[in-house]
Structures are given as structure tokens and as C-alpha cells.
Design a binder for this molecule. Structure first.
Ligand code: 13P
Length: 252
């Protein structure tokens, strides 16, 4: 089985109901190449409305941006994986650097979130990536593989097939600074080699690894053209229908 090409958008905490559904509607009418899958990371409040709207649209799926690690209980303000399952949400983003940074989500919590999401048949987009300081120290490869070890190494080969990795260097998120295609390829290969060592050839060859960090219409093609880059997780540019359409068409 070959890897999918994935153009994922992460809307983060942007857009209101009307703006969000308008963007989803515009994307639902876009021309999406047969071999590309689009995933939209949508705020909880209009996740269900977007799911209903996109139900019969081929190759466009929806992701939640987070879920809690507990099954249920007294966690005011939180959303569980079972709630996401109950609305048939197919994907969830876990471990985004903004969750790690602003909400104190460490590797142990993220491992629990991954387990809970898989238990509820959600596919996980698991984010990893180093800070500028770590990259300047030349320690990015060991840092990122350590993140993967800490949150994913307990999974079975079968479970790993429900995981998509998103490599998002923190220094490139929302900064306009992008990893060069060579830097992205180098890290993606490092990640794939790590997956190969830990889970074997089949898992390593099948798992999609997305790049995130200031992906734009202007640079998507050169990044997506790298051997081990299977697509992107796009923040800012995914809010702009025209740019996102170009990004969707940036696979060769
Ligand atoms: P930007 O594309 O805005 O840099 O955000 C990337 C990101 O964090 C996607 O999850």
C-alpha cells in the first residue's frame, strides 16, 4: 500500500461559525486531485456542522484539534475522544507544539491521548518538532526522535498504521520562516528511519509524514516534492481558500 498525499489545514482558534462553514463549503467545491486527501482541523464548536456539510464530499475529511486523555468525567471545558467518535469525526490532532507550550501537555499526557484516541477509532495526526534553540545546538534529530519514542513507542505495528506524523519545527510556525526543502527531507528521513528501527519496514514505508511550518502557496511544491514528505499541515495559509487550493494542487 502506498502512502497517501495529504493536504491538512489547521484552523487553530480562528474563524466564527459562518466564516468556518463558508470556507468548508468553498473547499468542498474545489477540484481535488484523485490521489490527494484533504483534512481540515476545525474548532470543536462547528466540527459537527462541518462534518455534516462534508459528509458526501470525496477526499475531504475533518479533524479535531485536540482531545482529552480521560474517558469521561469532571474535566470542565474538555472534549473526550468518545465524544469525537460519537459525531463520527475521523481524525484528531495530538501534540501540537501550541498544546505542549501553552497547555503543559508533556509526552506522557500525549501518549495517553494517543491511546484514548485509538481506542475510539480516531486516526491521529501526531505533531513533533524542535525549538530554534534545539536546532541551533544541532540537536534536532535526537530531540524529535525522543518525542516520538516517549509518546508512540508503546504502540503496536497495527496501531501505528492509524498514526500520521506531522513534523512542525517550532521556529517555522507562524513566523514566515520555513524549513528549506532539504531540511524538511533530512528530518523526515530521520523520522522514517526511526520508525523503521522501531516498527519495521512495513510501518515505516506506509506511514505518512507531513511537514508543517509556514507552508504557503509559493513554497508547497518544493517541500511536497521531497521523497519523504507526504504532504503538509498548514496553519495560516489554510484559512485562505485561494492559497489552500494551490497547496492542494502542489503535489507532483
Ligand atoms: P503556519 O502554517 O501558520 O506556520 O502553522 C503551522 C501549524 O502550526 C500547523 O499546525
Amino acid at each position: 500500500m502506498s502512502r497517501q498525499k495529504i493536504a491538512a489545514g489547521n484552523w487553530k482558534m480562528n474563524l466564527d461559525l459562518e466564516e468556518g462553514l463558508q470556507l468548508a463549503r468553498t473547499i468542498s467545491h474545489m477540484e481535488i486531485p484523485m490521489d490527494v486527501n484533504v483534512i481540515l482541523g476545525i474548532p470543536y464548536v462547528y466540527l459537527k456542522s462541518a462534518l455534516d456539510m462534508l459528509l458526501h464530499v470525496p477526499r475531504v475529511d475533518v479533524a479535531a484539534q485536540n482531545c482529552h486523555q480521560a474517558e469521561s468525567g469532571a474535566f470542565t471545558g474538555e472534549v473526550s475522544a468518545s465524544m469525537l467518535e460519537s459525531i463520527s469525526c475521523p481524525y484528531v490532532i495530538i501534540g501540537h507544539s501550541e498544546r505542549r507550550m501553552y497547555f503543559g501537555e508533556d509526552s506522557k499526557i500525549l501518549a495517553e491521548k494517543v491511546d484514548k484516541a485509538l481506542e475510539h477509532d480516531l486516526r491521529v495526526i501526531f505533531c513533533c518538532g524542535e525549538s530554534l534553540q534545539t536546532r541551533k545546538a544541532g540537536e534536532q534529530n535526537s530531540y524529535v526522535t525522543q518525542q516520538l519514542k516517549e509518546s508512540l513507542s508503546h504502540l503496536s505495528q497495527k496501531q501505528m498504521k492509524s498514526i500520521i506524523i506531522a513534523y512542525e519545527p517550532i521556529w517555522a510556525i507562524g513566523t514566515g520562516e520555513t524549513a528549506s526543502p532539504e531540511q524538511a527531507q533530512e528530518m523526515h528521513l530521520e523520522i522514517r528511519n526511526h520508525l523503521r528501527e522501531s516498527f519495521g519496514d512495513e510501518v515505516a514505508d506506509q506511514m505518512e509524514i507531513l511537514y508543517g511550518g509556514s507552508v504557503k502557496a509559493a513554497n508547497a511544491k518544493s517541500i511536497f516534492g521531497q521523497d519523504d514528505v507526504d504532504g503538509g499541515l498548514v496553519g495560516g495559509a489554510s484559512l485562505d481558500a485561494e492559497q489552500f487550493q494551490t497547496i492542494i494542487k502542489s503535489f507532483s
